[in-house]
Ligand binder design. Sequence first.
Ligand code: NAI
Ligand code: MG
Length: 358
Amino acid sequence: MRIAVLPGDGIGQEVTAQAVKVLRALSANNGPQFEMTEALLGDCAFDAHGDPLPEATLEAARRAEGILFGAAGTYESDLRPPESRGGHGLLRLRKALDLFANFRPVYAFPELLGASSLRREVIEGVDLVVLRELTSDIYFGTPRGIDRTPGRRSAHNTMRYTEAEVARVAHAGFQAARRRRRQLCSVDKANVLETSVLWRELVGEVARDYPDVELRHEYVDAMAMHLIRRPRDFDVIVTGNIFGDILSDAAAMLTGSIGMLPSASLNAESLGLYEPVHGSAPDIAGKDIANPLASILSAAMMLRHSGGQEAAASLVEAAVRRVLAEGYRTGDIMEPGATRLGTQAMGDAVAAAIASLR
Ligand code: NAI
Ligand code: MG
């Protein structure tokens, strides 16, 4: 499998190195082989080449079957104009590769039930996926702008979805549900927004192709409530870009730490960009304390969805669970009685668990 490795900035570099370590452990003893090409994306790319997404990086990404990404940006660069902003390089890459389907699985590891701010009986057994549309909606719709006429300032954005955009993410949602517990919940605000009226209509039409999947619709405000109250009721949740942004962060917190959450952003082919949900964490960068498990679990998603290597993906996930069951924790998921490990030692532990599990 050809993999483009884009560690990016801050802890992105530290955690991605652990995911690479785990892939190498998989390759040992006649395991699957990976051709990894490392390239720059983010502030590091801007500093080296004056462009947060250099042409060579885009080329490496296009040539790859899977892209393993860390994080891009810093608080300082976030305030610069887009051309020189590390995070903007990532937005350009997602757009260039048409990565419209952003999957964020939220799984409550039985070993970590104590790490959530919610009660154990609420989160025990939570196993859901938020599918967020990533390339359209109010984030990209035009017209948009700010009118700064003194005393009459106003601002506007446009929420727009086309038939093709909704249909393709709906298909992705139904197909994901088919591989899981066959329940799809579509989230919109059809009681207020025309965009959502069309969204609901189109999802209903696509549903005819999937009679074996149970479809339910929720308004986004009610969904915010259900997600916290009864998260076990959900299997796959499909929604637009802005509702997905907010709901997926809320869903992420069901499991305790952002350092545990992987994600996949896929296009219509099988190419995908895989990254931890977290950012570059400038507050802990360079200290060898970041949790690398989100990055390692992202690599497992890559093996499964872009590599067709289900067995290898399951082995990585089993190794993560083994390490947690043995009581090893990074600081963000630390609990009494557990053994604290740094970033690199956690990567070593998962690599060792792979060797012992196979
Ligand atoms: P962040 O996710 O980087 O950090 C939020 C908090 O979570 C921090 O306290 C951090 O220490 C902690 N944290 C994050 N990942 C962790 C890990 N693996 N282990 C332990 N603790 C962890 O989000 P923040 O602070 O909003 O953004 C920092 C920078 O990252 C900004 O420049 C932002 O633009 C960028 N960012 C990039 C993303 C991407 O590349 N996809 C996503 C989110 C933010
Ligand atoms: Mg967000």
